[in-house]
Design a protein. Sequence first.
Length: 296
Amino acid sequence: MKRLATLSLLCLMLVVAQSNNVRVITIDSPNGGTVSGNPRSGPLTFENPKPGGVVGKVKDLQITSSKATLEAPPGKTLDESKGERTATFQETVTVKRDRMTATGPRLVYSEKTGQGVLEGPAKMRQEPKDKEGDPVEVTANKMTFDVDTDISTSEGNVSLKNGRQEGKSDTVYYEEKRGLAVFNDKEQVVLTRRRTDGDLVIRAKEVRSLTEDKRLIATGGVTLVDGNITTTGASLSYDDKTGIAFITGNARSENKKEGLVITGTTLQHNVNKHIVVNYTKPYQLPTADFKRVGEK
């Protein structure tokens, strides 16, 4: 039994070591750049007069700036502490991964956690998969990029724009490949769809949006404002391609201009035609389509 426990511990330590090893960052300052500091114990400072002249790479993430510092934990050398070191990039930082590009004044990367924290004001833009699509543009006080996944988390005064839609909240979790954005706010998430005949506004505690598919769900008590019509309920799903929203859970819709009120278990709201009707068929929110990575 004791031997099995020892083997399990050794296996766990090996997995952690391998995970940290993949997160090891390489930094270079070619073509006129300089490197100074103690090459054994550090810190090492990389500088380059050219914008983006200092290049850091870890897995599929590239970080460029004019200056970077690589540090080892106290009491360890730079070589023996690979997987535990910290790299700080400053002076116009650019982060790139596949179709995503982010910029900010300073980024701190930890090999131990595999996360790079980009301080704000930070901006991110992801190009669409095809010419017909819309880019995803995010601004925030802070952005965290995970090198083990394609996930970023934006915090503080977050705004995410995608085509005619803009969502505002405290935090946004974003999966780059799927285009899944999860908005959360201690008060309420506000999502606005710009229209020539008056903006469509959705308010909720949480909003999950598939930016490529132009679909979303909202939960935690929702309000949909469509001109003179206000529809409320417990949750909502919306498809921007059809203009159809389903509001469920003690749903209520009021047209103030016409003095009409409709209530029901599920209401179908056509935002293109500004029409609300009772939906009599069974309806279930498509939550499975909007699950985060690893979420059950």
